[in-house]
Design a protein around this ligand. Sequence first.
Ligand code: PAZ
Length: 317
Amino acid sequence: MDSSTQSESPEEEVRSFFDSAPHLKNSDLITQRLKDFVDKNSHASENGKPRRIVCVTSGGTTVPLEQRCVRYIDNFSSGHRGAASTEYFVRAGYAVIFLYRRGSCQPYCTYLPEDSFLDFFELSEDSTIQVRQSHSAVVKKSIRDYHAAVDHGFLLELPFTTIFEYLQILQMVATSISHFGSHGMFYLAAAVSDFYVPWNDMAEHKIQSASGPLDMRLTQVPKMLSVLRKEWAPSAFCVSFKLETDPDILLKKADAALNKYQMHVVVANLLATYKQEVVAVTKSQRTTIRKHSQEAHVEEQIIELLVEKHADYLEQP
Ligand code: PAZ
């Protein structure tokens, strides 16, 4: 498989990506849900100030290898970071658009034990279904917090699977959030594919192994962070994540992303330690954040710091 897009300008690459992407199946429904959520929150206030809004992206995007997809390339991410962060943003008074990979971790489920779903329940003597006593406190809290967030208009959940769906929905979210100006934030924790097979170059049917070894050329996914900053939501506060496995290059890569894409913060983390420690990198500072205790979530401290930085940003002329 081949693609000629490697010689295009960055703007042309972005245009060809969207022009050739398969049509988003439920785009009317997403548009309507986004509009309702944004309308509701643009009239709301927290402590006498306009409500802030954040798009949290979470989980990994897939790259299909066939149009009638049997095989795909995936990206590492359980979605735990995005789900936990969503809870802390809601607690801090933000409306959250949670753009998540189908089947990855969900907000308000992060403290639930990872047992089989059926282990949560038991049948009583009269055959009614009830939550086991051992799980009831945590389940009650999760149900209460989840419904409070959704019913009060603080949480909108939008799922994606492929890189095509992710970037199309991200664009829709970004242009909706742009109405919030600097009160909008992006928290881009999703693990997004760097390479993909353009839809028009993709085999329609399942690739056959009888044809011998698979020789496939992948095209670079256009750098959407630049477009997000320059065109989609230029005033929003932008936080991206950088995951590496080599400690020697992590901070250099974070600095490079900060400058190249004009991010306000890049959160740098290593695969080996990302649940315990991250470094928040800005133009003037590097702040190491370590979790307080075994039970704590490092996301609580990450969000605390970002809410402060966003408040400073809002005070700038
Ligand atoms: O979803 P998770 O909690 O398992 O992992 C979070 C993470 C490591 C994917 C995230 O912190 C991150 O670094 N995302 C960006 C990955 C990248 O560099 O593309």
